[in-house]
Design a protein around this ligand. Structure first.
Ligand SMILES: Cc1cc2nc3c(=O)[nH]c(=O)nc-3n(C[C@H](O)[C@H](O)[C@H](O)COP(=O)(O)OP(=O)(O)OC[C@H]3O[C@@H](n4cnc5c(N)ncnc54)[C@H](O)[C@@H]3O)c2cc1C
Ligand SMILES: *[C@@H]1O[C@H](CO)[C@@H](O)[C@H](O)[C@H]1NC(C)=O
Length: 534
């Protein structure tokens, strides 16, 4: 299904000639901004940068046509690595520049501006915000996937200034979450990242970054102590907690970071994996949907004493061997420690008598695989179309949960094409998150303990009536799940129709501050394709 191809380094110098030949043989030789960009940019890129242009797989002989933007019958084609490929929330750029260096990012941005071409950086390709589709076929994606360097600066040598003297990892802007976890683990270190191995580390933490270790260390954004950022005009700025200048930008990177620049490098706090903290236990309790009130009634009580090393993560999905007709509740508890120790905490839920059960122990890096979200797992592969709708809450409202569940069941019964969809109910620990003063980062939801989201999937991403149906069901589920609560949404789970307040905070000073940052660091609003502030 992948329809893009790298032009090898060898071809790169020839590209302008190639395009020239195309123009001269064409009836209407009007260069588009994008084709102009392709004349001027290639010679400025580093030798290992790559350029991808859309090609249609079913017409391999018509490659030439497809060197120019969008003559593709049947619509634009996805880049090789997006998680969702729906035209509703996927950027389908005319060109992908796979940057190898920060200078490649700078050159691409400068040339894009010179030719009036919009641009968007991507790292893991898992963003599902509707605004991403706004990039358009005349846009360029700056893919950071090659920029996945890792360097550890051990304690004492950090020189990271007066605020943080512990270990620091210097991480490339395109590092994947799973790779970072592996690098750190090999060095005996850990830090808060997202769970899913294939997301971009930067893409996740710039929006906040929820993960299994947040109860201990705070969210991903809390780990950022410095960054190199390429601004919308190509200027590179370096921010650091020890430095006064740029501290406002550093604040913004911690929750609204997609709005201000391309982060070529992040410096984050990392921690030695403590004695007795290597191993985690997990237990999965599966319940039929009719038992929802029982399950979440107990979950609500357990949440009152949830230790920092415990994560409660449930998913509603079809599991025909338990219930052939309705979705089940797969209720997973992760516990930092041994399986035997974990049973003390999980006893209230296990004593309900689940309809299905699984358990195990793993070292920390294995946990993503338990959720089926390791780099090689199904959840990490391109999904066809996928939407999420984030719902941030502070308690389990049994009535709202029942309404949401019923709506989800109705959806599954109404259209088999949506059968792969599921609902996530994430209950991470909050100790480390709430230890950080709420005003110290752009991330606004430190009081919300529960992260919910329906995730709707269907295979045929091009079916627009199906897309509309999926969007309608998503809205119905979101409305049900919020109940009477104020609408708040983790920006990285946002669909794209949420209010700015819902994503960035209802306190008026937050949006004022973000708008001020926008005027200062991105006055031309070049970064507008992901939950944009302006
Ligand atoms: C299967 C799955 C699992 C998930 N699990 C988690 C989880 O455990 N915890 C969690 O908090 N979230 C999670 N999310 C949500 C996730 O945070 C968002 O999907 C996020 O946008 C993914 O970032 P990405 O780099 O993979 O996506 P991309 O689409 O590549 O990027 C998303 C946005 O981030 C920007 N961006 C990416 N890298 C950079 C950079 N270096 N500099 C500047 N901007 C950048 C892009 O410009 C774009 O606007 C999950 C999502 C999915 C689909
Ligand atoms: C598109 O989806 C709708 C709704 O599920 C379905 O009825 C229709 O058959 C699909 N169209 C195609 C061409 O598959």
């Amino acid at each position: 299904m992948f329809t893009t191809r790298p032009l090898t380094t060898l071809l790169l110098p020839l590209l302008p000639l190639l395009l020239l030949a195309l123009f001269s043989s064409s009836a209407t030789p009007t260069p588009t901004p994008l084709s102009s960009l392709l004349f001027t940019l290639p010679p400025l890129l580093s030798p290992t940068a790559e350029i991808y242009l859309p090609l249609h797989p079913s017409q391999p002989d018509e490659q030439h046509q497809h060197l120019l933007p969008n003559p593709i019958p049947g619509g634009p084609e996805p880049p090789p690595h997006r998680w969702s490929t729906s035209p509703l929330n996927t950027p389908f750029p005319g060109v992908i520049i796979r940057a190898a260096t920060e200078a490649d990012i700078v050159a691409t941005i400068r040339q894009a501006n010179a030719h009036g071409v919009p641009f968007l950086a991507t790292s893991g390709g898992h963003g599902v915000n509707r605004a991403l589709a706004g990039l358009g076929k005349e846009g360029v994606v700056i893919d950071l996937g090659k920029m996945d360097s890792f360097r550890l600066i051990p304690r004492g040598r950090a020189g990271e200034g007066r605020y943080w003297k512990g270990d620091v990892a210097v991480v490339g802007g395109g590092m994947r979450t799973g790779d970072l976890i592996d690098w750190l683990w090999a060095a005996g270190r850990e830090t808060t990242t997202g769970v899913c191995g294939c997301t971009g580390f930067a893409g996740v933490v710039l929006g906040g970054g929820h993960g299994l270790l947040q109860g201990r260390y705070g969210i991903g954004a809390d780990q950022i102590v410095g960054a190199r950022v390429v601004l919308g005009d190509g200027e590179v700025v370096e921010v650091d907690v020890a430095r006064e200048e740029g501290r406002d930008l550093l604040w913004g990177l911690g929750g609204a970071g997609h709005n201000f620049g391309v982060v070529s490098e992040l410096r984050v706090k990392v921690y030695e994996v403590g004695e007795g903290r290597k191993w985690w236990a997990w237990q999965i309790f599966v319940f039929a949907g009719g038992r929802l009130e029982e399950v979440y009634g107990v979950a609500a009580r357990m949440m009152e004493t949830q230790p920092e090393g415990v994560v409660v993560w449930s998913a509603w999905m079809m599991m025909p061997e338990i219930d052939p007709v309705k979705p089940v509740i797969a209720f997973t508890i992760f516990f930092s420690g041994s399986l035997d120790e974990s049973r003390r905490y999980t006893e209230p839920i296990s004593s309900l008598g689940p309809n299905g059960y699984g358990e195990g122990e793993t070292e920390y890096p294995g946990l993503a695989g338990v959720l089926g979200a390791g780099t090689d797992d199904q959840l990490c592969q391109p999904q066809g179309a996928a939407f999420m709708r984030g719902i941030d809450l502070d308690h389990y409202d049994l009535g709202a949960l029942r309404n949401w569940y019923n709506t989800f069941s109705e959806m599954l019964a109404a259209n088999k094409a949506l059968a792969g969809s599921f609902c996530m109910l994430e209950g991470y620990s909050m100790q480390g998150v709430q230890a950080v003063p709420p005003e110290s980062k752009a991330y606004p939801h430190r009081d919300k303990k529960l992260l919910f989201a329906p995730a709707i999937f269907y295979a045929d991403a091009t079916n627009s009536s199906l897309a509309q149906e999926a969007v309608r069901w998503g809205e119905a589920m979101r409305t049900a799940a919020f109940g009477t609560a104020q609408r708040r949404t983790y920006v990285n789970y946002a669909f794209g129709d949420e209010s700015l307040e819902a994503m960035y905070g209802y306190e008026p000073w937050r949006l004022e501050k973000l708008r001020g940052l926008k005027r200062k660091y991105d006055p031309e609003n070049r970064f507008r394709f992901y939950a944009p502030i302006v």
